[in-house]
Design a protein. Structure first.
Length: 265
């Protein structure tokens, strides 16, 4: 049997296995029970408009404040890690290793319960989400930003300095704008991760008006004894994350060659 024939045979086997699995699912699954559990129309209607006007909106707000705080902190950390001052590098490296290693869940618990107990510091829920998501996200974004800065061709920096620009002005007006063009796709992916991590706010004890999607779906699940609210919450997450994924893909296609082109000039 030739190579091409073996490839066709392997492809045929894979399709056959897929068809077999789908057939088993179709014939074995209890579609009536699935419909009652996930597609209860009356329960679905009861979720609107609150799932949009409260839960989805709060999820967007929590994500936005966490991402904004984390991005600002990440820029500082990235510059510290590239600093010629050794203590700055040590601090940035220690921070990044610490918060990349800690689960976001523990950070939420620390700010929601640990800080009030240990130091008497009480944060409102929005501040807790901002700090928790931002501190964790900054550890990842800092490495991304540092890589983006290092990807900017050195000739750009040398040209700016030859024009009389200071180091700080060169960084702000020349290096960072080019670096952000390079790192926009991974930053978009980080935004998607923070959107999902915002569900950890359920640990803080929320009022109904503070519910995000996961907490909203869980509360409705207990109320209606149906998985339909969970399905709706999941669809709302997809409303946020799928467009962001498409944006990330577009940015990657648009700016993916920026580093290569810049390096050849």
């Amino acid at each position: 049997m030739g190579r091409r024939q073996r490839a066709r045979l392997n492809l045929g086997i894979q399709y056959a296995v897929l068809v077999l699995v789908l057939a088993l699912v179709i014939f074995i699954a209890d579609w009536g029970q699935i419909g009652r559990a996930f597609f209860n129309i009356e329960v679905a209607k009861a979720q609107f408009p609150d799932v949009i006007t409260t839960a989805l909106l709060n999820t967007l707000v929590y994500t936005a404040v966490g991402f904004a705080f984390g991005l600002g902190l990440a820029i500082v950390l990235a510059l510290m890690k590239m600093s010629p001052v050794a203590p700055y590098r040590w601090i940035a490296t220690g921070y990044i290793e610490l918060f990349r290693g800690l689960p976001a869940l523990l950070v939420f618990i620390a700010f929601g319960y640990g800080m009030p107990i240990a130091f008497g510091l009480k944060f409102n829920n929005l501040s807790t989400v901002m700090l928790s998501l931002g501190l964790v996200g900054a550890a990842y974004m800092a490495e991304t930003i540092r890589a983006g800065i290092q990807a900017v061709p050195k000739g750009q920096v040398e040209a700016a300095r030859s024009l009389g620009m200071s180091s700080s002005r060169t960084m702000v007006t020349v290096v960072l704008p080019q670096a952000f063009r390079i790192i926009l796709p991974p930053l978009t992916n980080e935004l998607i991760l923070l959107t999902k991590d915002s569900s950890l706010i359920y640990l803080l004890g929320l009022s109904v008006g503070q519910y995000e999607l996961a907490k909203f779906g869980r509360g409705a699940l207990n109320q209606y004894q149906s998985l339909t609210p969970i399905l709706i919450a999941g669809l709302c997450y997809l409303i946020i994350t799928i467009p962001l994924s498409r944006v990330s893909d577009l940015l990657e296609r648009k700016f993916g060659g920026v580093r290569t082109k810049g390096a050849t000039k």
